[in-house]
Design a protein around this ligand. Sequence first.
Ligand code: MV4
Length: 575
Amino acid sequence: MAKPRILIANRGEIAVRIIRAVRELGYTSIAVYSDADRDALHVEMADQAHRIGPALAADSYLSIGAILEAASRAKATMIHPGYGFLSERAHFASAVADSGFTFVGPPAEAIEMMGDKAAARRAADRVGVPIVPGTPEPVTLDQAPAEAERIGFPVLVKAAFGGGGKGMQVVRKPEELESALARATREAQAYFGRPDVFLERYIDRAHHVEAQVFADTRGNVFFLGERDCSVQRRHQKLIEETPSPVVDADLRSRIGEAAMALAKEAGYVNAGTVECILDEDGSFYFLEMNTRLQVEHTVTEMVTGLDLVALQIRVALGEKLDLTDVRPTGHAIQCRINAEDPARNFLPGPGRVTAYREPSGPFVRVDSAVRAGREIPADYDSMFAKVIVSAENRVRAIARMNRALSEFQVEGVPTTIPLHRWILGTRAFSKSTHSTTWLEKALRDAELPEAGTPAPPPSDTRQPVPAELLLEVDGRRVPVRIFDQRRDTAPKVPSRHSAHGGDHVHSVIKAPMQGTILRVLVEPGQEIQAGDVVCILEAMKMENAIPAPREGVVTQIPVQAGENVQPGDPLVELD
Ligand code: MV4
């Protein structure tokens, strides 16, 4: 057989990921690129690269014609779709095969079946996989009220040919049903070109758990463990981990059996993910099957030692798989790093990355598609890197992720890195009491840390603007950031106390940012002058001297050295 030549019909970090697997296998990698990606990393790393069109995805990465044409030109033998873009279009999988290339993915029929969410539910039901109570077929406006009563409120209206949460509507009362149906139908038509919707009982406060399956062309199906993806916002996952902290060995084997049974029923081949929801009493229900490699496949790789992309290619070449002896060990976590500003409602901030240094060290992996000086185009998804760590258990994996994120330096674009550090420090995440709706609620209640490159402060900002100095103390390099509230701040409206002449005023010195108290330099009862440093706050790898805004007597010190503080937490109280 001639050496395989694999075209990667994708971009960004996943294209880079696939190119690496292709190179290790000794095969030829062929990249494709739009005009927005001429200088992209995946283009540089592949053995060859072919232009497929303008920046607009519809005319490049989503153009079946342009991709097949590039594949012919490059004499490709196989096409890997990555995730997103054309990866779950049954028509693409069959067009690839019809043009004489091997599709690195499942058969078009399996994609087709799972793309029809009601058909997927029926398949799950046939083989005894638990499904959420709901309608086996799409419903009409006339049928819906009776069906909803039968299922019980709250119900969820879902697009039958959708997925990923688009077009979903939660309905809590019968009188909301009609408008929710109308809206879901409209959205389904707009997103997926088909208006059909069906109903399911809505499971609240759930964990999102998904099973990784792998099947070869000889009927062998394997289960490679589950992933927990409950930290999400608007159906965008932010953190994924394996194993799920809420799945025990018994539940794991039941989820695994269910996922393998469904894969067999669907005639599934290659990598697939069976998405489940886990309710508060530990029952699991099938939701849908994703017929592609997932963004979070990496955490499964970290605990199994398997290269899932290489396995995909080997399966596509007809190789028999034997994964019976695979035993996942330890714990792995992934944080998705997006060029978005969580403090500005996750506004994407594409642009040039001016400075960039990735974390490394023991058991840290970074899958990314940027380097210093490169551009993150505005035309595509804002995720530009994934940080993945593994450790012997969850607690150590969280500590390792915190360490890795603290090493990650990105300048020029905002990032979700500070948000991840905040999430990792929450009780809900560390105790795994979070659910799929937790993050959105927590974000509403929280004061967010700043994204990497904060927006220029408005001129009347009350936030102190720090002065930065680099000191050498006893031969030790000490970067210092000074928060002096008398500098660069608008004059304050006199407070009630000081307006009264204020010989007995009380004030609280608050933490200007999230960080760790390194030292407290004052004690209760001590008289201090304006500008005296009251404590040192370590944040963003800097020692920040926190000065007193005025003279006074220290009354309370609610913090101590070693404590972690959030922005706005009281540090020292003065009278
Ligand atoms: C649900 C559900 C609760 N009950 N179905 C969202 C994406 C799509 N794959 C299915 N989704 C959900 N389906 C029932 N009957 C909650 C979700 C859901 C969700 C699921 C997985 C991951 C994150 C989620 C966030 C919100 C809602």
